[in-house]
Design a protein around this ligand. Structure first.
Ligand SMILES: Nc1ncnc2c1ncn2[C@@H]1O[C@H](COP(=O)(O)OP(=O)(O)OP(=O)(O)O)[C@@H](O)[C@H]1O
Length: 384
């Protein structure tokens, strides 16, 4: 389908790591040169020493999934291999970075509808493919939607993806908490009955709101409160006058609490909102022009050839800007990739009358959720 046919060898000497372009919970991503062809790739480096057994499974799952996917809207791994105590995953370099970074850089209050429409349609094609293959992505959000300067859109990060066709213990493992709370569907939080691909449709609807506003709903609240409010409150809506009725309607279809009432990705693709999607040369041209043509290094370039062309104060300012943006990102990420033990601690110290919007029954509910989660955690991790 969309995969490149070029063979990339699993030989570390063929790749030269340049600057750091991303830093997630489990990995550091570098721009790199594939030396035999002098072509640019991205290399995701996972520190195996930092992985406990559960993480190792997530690493294995991610590289396995990245190896078999073959769709133009999914990031595919060219190859992966171990270097010292790191796993390197070689993949296409997406020169404009993630939609999260694009927003932080060019549209802090959200993208324009024409941009969102194209990005979401491409992302939905990826989800439709994954779901048809029996997979749930489980971490759909702007930070995992990558763009390149030609307007290609690819969904990445399969670290927490799962196979729906597994049975027994593997299937039960999907009852554990994973993903990030602002994007997480209510049925995932309740963790009583397990969940399926419709959880991705909820996250997709939240991602639509994130792209529209520059942040997901409830992002100002701590994770515990996000859990409580998502389970108890009415689903968020797109209310802004500036957006079309079909956009609002599409978001409302995704954000229905009963997963059975949400459309499949295939059905959603037929929604009238996506009929108006314009090709990237029309929809993304302005945005891509506003994103400075680089790279988005998180750290000051070291081997990067442009570094020598930049006066040192400009290079330092660029690095500081990136570091600022990154610390904001990390703040969000560390809150989103939440630690259940930390949440339990928060729940136990939370005075019940601390906040008039949070009733004691909600806190009790949340404690029940934690109990269930603890039970689920005893189930062996998934091996897709
Ligand atoms: N192929 C790529 N091309 C360009 N940038 C990339 C690429 N892959 C990842 N990145 C950048 O690196 C960041 C982190 O990558 P990724 O999400 O895969 O790491 P992670 O550790 O799994 O993150 P998370 O915290 O979401 O679990 C992305 O948000 C993106 O900015």
């Amino acid at each position: 389908m969309g995969g490149s046919q070029r063979i990339y060898p699993a030989n570390p000497a063929d790749y030269k790591l340049l600057e750091e372009i991303g830093n997630g919970a489990s990995a550091t991503v570098y721009r790199a040169i594939y030396l035999p062809l002098n072509s640019v790739v991205a290399v995701k480096c996972l520190d195996l020493d930092r992985c406990n057994n559960g993480n190792l499974d997530s690493v294995r799952r991610e590289t396995q999934t990245m190896g078999w996917v073959d769709h133009p809207n999914l990031i595919r791994a060219y190859c992966s291999f171990v270097v010292d105590r790191n796993l390197w995953v070689v993949m296409p370099f997406m020169s404009a970075g993630s939609c999260f970074h694009a927003m932080k850089r060019a549209r802090p209050n959200g993208l324009e509808e024409i941009e969102i429409c194209f990005i979401l349609k491409e992302t939905l094609k990826a989800l439709d493919y994954l779901h048809r293959q029996g997979h749930i992505h489980r971490d759909v959000k702007a930070g995992n939607i990558l763009l390149d300067n030609n307007g290609a859109v690819k969904l990445s990060d399969f670290g927490v993806s799962a196979c729906m066709f597994d049975s027994g213990d593997r299937q039960r493992c999907r009852n554990t908490f994973t993903g990030t709370p602002c994007w997480m569907a209510p049925e995932v939080m309740q963790a009583e009955t397990g969940y399926g691909s419709k959880a991705d449709i909820w996250s997709f609807g939240i991602t639509a709101l994130e792209l529209a506003h520059g942040h997901p709903p409830l992002s100002q609240y701590p994770p515990l409160k996000v859990l409580l409010m998502t389970v108890q409150n009415d689903p968020p809506r797109l209310g802004d006058k500036k957006f079309s009725k079909s956009f609002k309607d599409m978001v409302a279809m995704c954000l229905v609490k009963d997963p059975n009432k949400r459309p499949t990705a295939g059905k959603l693709l037929k929604h009238s909102f996506f009929k108006h999607a314009k090709p990237p040369e029309l929809s993304l041209k302005k945005l891509l022009a506003e994103l400075r043509p680089l790279l988005n290094p998180v750290k000051a370039p070291q081997n990067y050839e442009y570094a020598e062309q930049l006066p040192s104060n400009i290079a330092a300012a660029a690095a500081a800007e990136q570091a600022g943006s990154m610390s904001e990102y990390q703040k969000g990420i560390s809150a989103w990739n939440f630690d259940i033990e930390e949440l339990k601690a928060q729940a136990s110290t939370l005075p019940l009358d601390e906040d008039e919007t949070m009733e004691s029954s909600l806190v009790d509910n949340c404690r029940d959720v934690f109990t269930l989660t603890e039970q689920c955690k005893k189930v062996p991790p998934v091996k897709c």
